[in-house]
Structures are given as C-alpha cells and as structure tokens.
Design a protein around this ligand. Structure first.
Ligand SMILES: [Zn+2]
Length: 157
C-alpha cells in the first residue's frame, strides 16, 4: 500500500513536471506570437505613416509644380521641359473638347469658347453674336449680293 502510494506520488510529480514543461513551452509560444503580432502591428503602423507622408509630399510636389507652371507657362524657353509638355497637353485637351463638342452637336462661342446650349442668338457668357450656318441656297444668294454690292462700291469710287 505504502509502496503504491509512493509510486503514485512520484508519477504525479513527473506528470506535473511534464505539464509544467508544456505550460512553459505554450507560454513561450504565446509570448513569441504576441511579440510577433506587436511587431507586425508596429510595422503596419510605421509603413502606413510613411505612405501617408509620401503621398502628402507628392501632393505638395504637385501643388508646387502647378504654381511653377502658372508662373512660367508663357516663358519663351521654359527651364523645365515639363512646362512645354503640360502646355502641349492642355492644347490637346482643348482640341479633344472641341471634337467632343462637335460629336455632341454643341457649338462653341467664337468669342470666349464657351459651349453653347441650344441655339442662342448671343453668348450668355460674353455676349458675342452667334452666327449659324445658313442653308446652302441662301448662302449662295448672300455671297452673290455681297459681290454685287462690292463691285458697286468699286465703281462708285
Ligand atoms: Zn462667349
């Protein structure tokens, strides 16, 4: 009876030691995982902050560039090729807008370039009188009468 008890006690002690060992290992593993998680969130936070600052700088570069462009867009020989490139691109955009307006059937004011809605007699922005293409026959008679009046003027002098 006594011997059995001792044996049991020893066994219990051994088991405890093993459990202690497992507990320690698990604890170390947990600490390791939580440290890694902390590192990961720290890395993510820092990377995010760096990205934010970088995009902030990009925005500032853009603003500085735009201000520089506004100051130098009319330079005969701009110090930076980018100024000419932006000027070219702006011209192209104007041409593309004109093409788009034609497709959409809209007419542009010859005075200020504003897109006209409908068929107004005058531009609502600058007041320029808007001429519309007359039908072919009417245009011909107009041309003819113009030539007549011109020759009349010629002989009158
Ligand atoms: Zn106009």
């Amino acid at each position: 009876m006594n011997g059995y008890f001792i044996f049991f006690k020893r066994k219990e002690k051994k088991t405890m030691n093993i459990l202690d060992g497992i507990g320690e290992t698990l604890n170390n593993a947990y600490n390791d995982v939580s440290k890694k998680a902390k590192d990961a969130s720290g890395i993510a936070k820092l990377s995010y902050k760096i990205k934010q600052k970088e995009s902030f700088i990009s925005m500032q570069y853009g603003a500085i560039g735009k201000a520089y462009f506004e100051d130098h867009k009319d330079d005969a020989e701009p110090a930076y090729e980018g100024v000419s490139l932006v000027n070219d691109a702006l011209k192209e955009i104007d041409e593309l807008r004109e093409e788009l307006a034609k497709i959409k059937g809209a007419k542009k004011c010859p005075g200020c370039g504003a897109e006209l809605k409908g068929e107004p007699a005058y531009c609502s922005k600058c007041g320029t009188k808007i001429e519309y293409d007359e039908p072919a026959e009417e245009a011909k008679t107009e041309e003819a009468s113009e030539t007549e009046s011109k020759s009349e003027d010629f002989f009158a002098e």
